[in-house]
Design a protein around this ligand. Structure first.
Ligand code: ADP
Length: 607
């Protein structure tokens, strides 16, 4: 065996001992191998894919310590608590610690026992702190959420720019690892450049999360839908994202009035209020949290069973990151997006008022259009997302999204397409800025003043869809956009133009088919794949025990055992500690600390 395979065998032993897993996931293996070969490494993996293990295991194997740069102080304690629960020697240093606590931790680091030190990047501002770190044997620096270094990312943090000079000031350059779920080329290039990585190996793992099901729903009464969904999933944890603070508060009130234990989280609340809501959610005291996008980065709660977007988010990256907070434990979970036309205007408004420069606004508007397209595509939703991230070879049907699961058939819509394309063509030729609304108005034969003033009622396509409803026409235009026949150019005004695939249709050289639902889409389109069913009574009994232990230990229940571990216990029903050790997620320390209690609970509740 060569040196690397010996190291990988040792890595797997540590995985079993500390984490209770038998093998690395396919995407983890090459990243760990690369770091163990002492190569700077960039790993781009979707949320929930298991990034942390990729640096934690090498950290346990390398001499000295690994510094983990992590953006959220509020979550550092959780991250370190979770590691401590597993027996991994780790600590954190941030501004929440008193002088005496910090001294204590520095002593622990100096003792040589500690392997992982979590830091907030702001710490690097202090010269005194940098000097202290330089005195330790730093083998590796793992930059978590590394996209924060880039202005193009959605969470730019200027203090991430301090990392490269800090590394340059260390007596010996450590190995570098950069980890993120954000994969746009600009962000990737910035990570390499601004963190000064040396010939890094870059691993972009597949973006599919097979255990997540996706749905886009058009619900007239979103509040009622959410309330009944939450009530039907009362023992499951879920996140509901809204576009604005106002929406978050009013929806949360609506749920509470229906006796649903819901929490609220947004940037307008005090630190204290936010902390309380977050802890209530992590500790399973409440099952639902209604939040703006301010919530979630670094949230490791693994048993989130659904993420509902009450409003359409601003871009596909943000959507996939937020939706991806469901099902991190690998169990089935649902991601629902409740679309309404007004969401588009809200997001457009937010982008235009963001105070960013013109180029950035145009870029953000173009990304918004992809999100709108996602909500209108009649093809597989998963295919759409994964294709957006650059993997064009993903199968065209996933059989687990609302489009794949709805009863639909291929409909020849060539005539409609010709009418729409011809309308767009004429508006473009007349040099009229044609928004989707304007195209719709012309086709419906609107008497809108601006339209009449421009003489658009003289166009031959004026009123071609007179007998149809406005919403139906608009939806049709959006669907052609999602199907890549039209695109919206963003300038001062939005302008719909034809793409090259539209011309053969206009010339009757190509036909257009859309997968259209046979019946009115609604709840029937919610994907059916729910979490795996197990003996519910037994599962509940284990959950109660887990909660009791979590309270004693003062950690969130999912840190005692993930849902997936409890489910595996229900399936395997171990009767001895040795058998319990085979359960997924039961490492040595947890077996020793909780094994007996869970065995007793299994015996008492198995029939
Ligand atoms: P990310 O940081 O990429 O979002 P995490 O590191 O939080 O993901 O891991 C997500 C979940 O997957 C965690 O519950 C973790 O314990 C689990 N996990 C990671 N690696 C494995 C593995 N090899 N086998 C089984 N579960 C794993």
């Amino acid at each position: 065996m060569n040196d690397l395979s010996v190291q990988m065998t040792a890595a797997r032993t540590l995985l079993r001992r500390f984490y209770g897993y038998d093998s690395f996931r396919a995407a983890q293996e090459p990243v760990i191998e690369s770091l163990l070969s002492r190569q700077d490494t960039v790993a781009i993996m979707p949320t929930g894919a298991g990034k942390s293990i990729c640096f934690q295991i090498p950290a346990l194997m390398l001499p000295g310590i690994t510094l983990v740069i992590s953006p959220l102080i509020s979550l550092m304690k959780d991250q370190v608590d979770a590691l401590t629960e597993q027996g991994v020697p780790a600590t954190f240093l941030n501004s929440t610690l008193s002088f005496a606590e910090a001294q204590e931790r520095l002593k622990y680091i100096a003792s040589g026992e500690c392997k992982l030190v979590y830091l907030a990047p702001e710490r690097l501002e202090s010269e005194n702190f940098r000097r202290k770190m330089a005195a330790f044997n730093v083998s590796m620096v793992a930059v978590d959420e590394a996209h924060c270094v880039s202005q193009w990312g959605h969470d730019f943090r200027p203090s991430y720019r301090l990392i490269a000079p800090f590394i340059a000031g260390l007596p010996r350059r450590p190995l570098m690892g950069a980890f993120t779920a954000t994969a746009t080329p600009e962000v990737k290039d910035d990570m390499v450049k601004l963190l000064k990585l040396r010939e890094p190996r870059v691993y972009v793992s597949g973006f599919d999360r097979p255990n997540l099901s996706f749905a886009v729903l058009r619900e007239k009464n979103k509040d009622a839908f959410v309330a009944s969904f939450v009530q039907e999933h009362v023992s499951d944890a879920g996140i509901i994202y809204t576009a604005t603070r106002k929406n978050a508060e009013s929806l949360c009130d609506f749920l509470r009035q229906r006796n649903i234990r819901a929490g609220c989280y947004h940037a307008g609340l005090t630190d204290e209020e936010r902390k309380e809501a977050q802890e209530d959610f992590l500790y399973d005291n409440i099952s639902v949290i209604v939040a703006t996008c301010a919530f979630g980065m670094g949230i490791d709660k693994s048993n989130v069973r659904y993420v509902i977007h009450y409003n359409m988010p601003q871009n596909v990256e943000a959507y996939y990151q937020e939706a991806g907070r469901a099902g991190r434990d690998g169990e089935n979970a649902q991601c629902l997006l409740l679309f309404s036309e007004s969401d588009v205007a809200t997001q457009r408004y937010l982008i235009n008022r963001s105070g960013e420069d013109e180029a950035r606004i145009a870029y953000n508007l173009s990304r918004l259009q992809f999100m709108v397209n996602y909500c209108h595509t009649t093809e597989c939703l998963r295919h759409f997302i994964i294709n957006y991230f650059g993997d064009t070879a993903f199968p065209r049907e996933c059989h687990n999204c609302s489009n794949c699961l709805s009863a639909k058939s291929k409909v020849d819509v060539t005539i409609d397409a010709q009418k729409v394309f011809s309308c767009v063509y004429r508006l473009n030729r007349a040099k009229i800025n044609a928004s989707v609304v304007m195209v719709t108005r012309v086709l419906m034969g609107s008497k809108d003043k601006r339209l009449l003033a421009l003489g658009l009622d003289k166009l031959s396509t004026y009123g071609l869809f007179r007998s149809r409803e406005r919403g139906e026409i608009k939806e049709l235009v959006q669907r052609f956009m999602a199907a890549d026949y039209l695109e919206q150019r963003e300038g001062q005004y939005a302008n719909v133009v034809l793409k090259s695939s539209a011309y053969p249709v206009l010339k009757s050289e190509a036909k257009v088919y859309l997968n259209l639902p046979q019946k009115a889409p609604s709840r029937a389109r919610t994907p059916v794949k729910e979490p795996l069913t197990v003996d519910t009574e037994l599962f509940e009994a284990l959950r109660v025990l887990r909660k009791k232990i979590a309270r004693q230990e003062k950690v969130p229940p999912y840190m005692v055992f993930a849902d997936s571990a409890l489910r595996d216990m229900c399936a395997k029903k171990p009767r001895t500690l040795e058998a319990m050790r085979q359960v997924k997620g039961v490492g040595d320390l947890k077996l020793q600390r909780y094994g007996q209690d869970f065995l007793a609970c299994l015996m008492a509740n198995s029939h």
